[in-house]
Design a protein around this ligand. Sequence first.
Ligand SMILES: CC(C)(COP(=O)(O)OP(=O)(O)OC[C@H]1O[C@@H](n2cnc3c(N)ncnc32)[C@H](O)[C@@H]1OP(=O)(O)O)[C@@H](O)C(=O)NCCC(=O)NCCS
Length: 325
Amino acid sequence: MKSAKIVGLGKYLPPKILTNLDLEKRVDTTDEWITTRTGIKSRHIVENNTPVSVLAKEASLIALKRAGIKPKDLDLIIVATITPDTQFPSTACYLQDYLKAKKACCFDVSAACAGFVYALTCAWQFLKTGFYKNALIVGGEVLTSITDWEDRSTCVLFGDGAGAAVLVPTGKDGILSSYLGADGSEADLLILPGGGSRNPVSARVVEERLNYIKMRGNELFRIAVRIMVEAAKKSLRMAKLTSKSVKLLIPHQANIRIINAVAKRLELEGKTYINIDRYGNMSSASSAIALCEAWEEKKIKKDDIIVLDAFGGGLVWGSCVIKWI
Ligand SMILES: CC(C)(COP(=O)(O)OP(=O)(O)OC[C@H]1O[C@@H](n2cnc3c(N)ncnc32)[C@H](O)[C@@H]1OP(=O)(O)O)[C@@H](O)C(=O)NCCC(=O)NCCS
């Protein structure tokens, strides 16, 4: 076997919708500011502290059904998330238990908004070497659990959701290339400072609101555009293709202005999947849900070349080229 292909996709969005008008009542913001600066109109959010594993389970059940693979036959479960149910056990372990996928080995990937691309690349490697016969990967987040509802510059951006993909080995095509990167020297640009071993939970952490996302959006914006363009070009070069062959670009959904700038520089305007208006930024879940939704809307057909392209806190980034089979 030389590669791996996706044989099932699923997504789950919690039913409650939070609109920009709802946010106008919570913080000093307007629908107009949010729409023009970010492209977001609404986002889905969990209620009653629903953990990310529950969203992951719903998305996974759909993906497994579409793939025709029974949970008991799964070899590998990877969950990409920065909002795990608990620091440990991993969310993948909770998911394994829900699914009764007793045979599967399980781990989480922490690569923020590039998490799904990182997880996809890990699964691809396990499958192309013949180490495993199938894999379930999930990008899932409950970002509202780490959102500071008193910070208007971040609380308008994020949403909750999960997307899942089932992969099996294949002799040709499927995933053609992957390019992953990171730059830890810029960690402070987008960070959850509290709750880990650097700043364990304490009264001070809570008082200083370090248990919430901190972001220097303006600085990130410029880096995001440059790196996402570079990453897509690199993964296409690795696949010996150019953007002319691409049917659909599926970029991380952080900001419509970033998406448009990346699409323009790659000459893929009109071939770019966008759903940020309905969901906001869901970190690792954004790419997973966008891929699933594009497929459900029949925007992906056999033999199409599609490019996933993501960037996030770490900094981390990744791009995968897939020939759909
Ligand atoms: C976060 C982001 C939307 C902010 O947009 P921006 O155009 O950069 O806005 P700025 O942060 O420069 O703020 C501009 C003004 O709007 C204000 N503002 C910020 N949030 C606001 C809100 N929700 N409502 C109204 N005004 C707001 C700021 O206070 C600032 O006011 P000032 O000029 O009086 O100081 C944008 O920077 C972004 O999307 N960044 C990249 C995010 C990203 O790539 N993340 C990584 C992947 S997850």
